[in-house]
Design a protein around this ligand. Sequence first.
Ligand SMILES: *Cc1c(COP(=O)(O)O)cnc(C)c1O
Length: 383
Amino acid sequence: MNKKLISFVRDVYQTNDFIPLHAPTFSGNEKAYVTDAIDSTFVSSVGKYVEDFEQHIEAYTGTAKAVATVNGTAALHTAMHMAGVKPGDLVITQALTFVATCNALYHMGAHPIFVDVSKVSLGLCPVATEAYLEKNAKLNSDGVCIHKSTGQRINAVVPMHTFGHPVELDELLAVCMKWKLILVEDAAESLGSFYKGKHTGTIGDFSAISFNGNKIITTGGGGMVLCSNLEAGNHTRHVTTTAKVPHPYEFYHDEPGFNYRLPNLNAALGCAQMEVLPTFLKQKRVLAEQYKTLFSGSHFQFVVEPEYAQSNYWLNAIICPDTDSRNVLLKETNEQGVMTRPIWQLMHRLPMFKNALKGDLTVSEWIEAHLINLPSSPSMLLQ
Ligand SMILES: *Cc1c(COP(=O)(O)O)cnc(C)c1O
C-alpha cells in the first residue's frame, strides 16, 4: 500500500520533488490586488480590501458580521473575549486540536476542560460533553454553570471542525442551551464546510477562521471572527481596532481594545483567494474521492465527511490498522519526499496543559495512535 500511495501522490502532483502536506496556490488575481494595495499606499489596517474581504466572507458564509484579524489565534481570542470568557473561567474543548485553540484560552487566563471527540466527526462529541457536565457540573440559582469540585464557572464550549469535517452542531447546541453555555466554533480549518446547509462558524455566537499559509485559502497570515449578531459584530470590530471612538482628530478609546485588524496588504491576497475558493473546493473533493478509491478494500480507512455535512476536505486523513503500520507509513513516505504527518499530540500531554481538567479521552487517544494526514493541496490536475 505504501508504494501505491507514493506513486499515486506523485501522479496527482506530477513532480519528483518534495510534496508538502498543503501548499498555497496563487493562480488568480493575487499579484494584481496586492500590487494595487501597494500602489494605493494603504498597506496597513485601513484600506478597501479589508472591508471587501469581510464582505466576501459575509456573503459566502451567511454570517451577520465578519471581522478580519491578523491571524486565526487572534480571531479565537477575540471570539472568546466577546463570548464573555473571563480569567479563571473554564471552557470545554477538545484535547484533539491544534494548540492555538488552547493558547488563546491560556492567554485569557481561562482554563480548558478536555472532553472526548466523536468518531464520526473527529470533533467535540456532544454525548461526551453532556456526560461530563452531568457528572461534574451544576447550574446555580442564577443559572450559571459551575464546575462542582473547583467552584469555577464553566462559560463556553469550543468545538473544532477537525480537518474541515463539521462537528455535530445541533446536538452540541442543545447541550449548550441546557447548561447555559455559549457556543464558540473554532472554524479555523473549515472555510467551505457546511453543516446541514449552513456554513460552519455561523451556528455559534462567535467563531474563528484562519487564513494561515497552510489553510484552504491564505492571506499570508490572517483570520476572521464570524459574529451571528450584527450588533455584537459591530462591537467586535470596535474591540479589534483599539476601541477607538470615531472622531475627526481626537483620540478617545472607551474600553480595553486589541490591535488585531488585518492589514490591507493581506486582505488584498484574501480577496483574490476568495475568487478561487470554489475551484479549490472542487479540486479537493476530486482528490478525496480518488484517495477513497485508492484505499477501498485495504486495511487503511479513508476518513470521509459525516453524512450530515459537506466538508471542505482541507486535510485528507486515513486511519491505519495499528500504530506500527502508521509508523512505517510515516517513515517511508517522508523518506520518499512525500510529506505525511501524524495528528497533533493531544493537548493534555503538553507541559502547560498537563494538569487541566479532563473527561474520558478514549476516542481521542485512539485517533492519535492511528491517524495520518496525506498531501492535500489543490491542484489544477484534479478536475
Ligand atoms: C490554524 C488553526 C488555528 C489558528 O490559526 P493561525 O492563523 O495560525 O493563528 C486555530 N485553530 C486551529 C484548529 C487551527 O488549525
